[in-house]
Write a protein that binds this ligand. Structure first.
Ligand SMILES: [Zn+2]
Length: 130
């Protein structure tokens, strides 16, 4: 005679919906998907190139902004390119640009901006209106 297995499955307190298709999930309370297919579809989308691309771009933009905030201590600060690079600033990513009448171009990461001034130097600025 084998000892009876203790029933350790948690009580189902509420009906949960599948994260992928929204169908009610039957079975264990910690399940997130109604089927293996839904689980696979969901995870594939989460890790798709599209998603990763956006995640990387967003991450780089936020990092750039954080660096500008950190270095721009008084609203208008002159910094060297080298200092920005050392912090990991990526000049390839910005959210907008602004060209002045005389042709100078401000680059913005959200509300934080920089203007190339003399060789290897930038003026950090903060956008006032949005
Ligand atoms: Zn499903």
């Amino acid at each position: 005679m084998t000892p009876a297995k203790k029933d350790i499955s948690p009580a189902i307190s509420e009906i949960k919906a599948c994260l992928e298709c929204g169908d009610p999930i039957k079975g264990r309370a910690d399940k997130k998907f109604c089927s293996d297919q839904c689980r696979v579809t969901y995870n594939n989308r989460l890790n798709s190139d599209d998603t990763n691309y956006l995640r990387n771009v967003n991450y780089t933009l936020r990092k750039n902004r954080r660096i500008l905030v950190e270095l721009n201590t008084n609203g208008k600060t002159k910094v060297s390119r080298e200092k920005l690079m050392r912090k990991g600033f990526d000049f390839g990513y910005f959210t907008s640009t602004y060209k002045t009448k005389d042709g100078a171009i401000y680059y913005y990461c959200y509300e934080q901006g920089y203007l190339p001034i003399e060789k290897e130097y930038y003026l950090l600025v903060v956008k006032q209106e949005f």
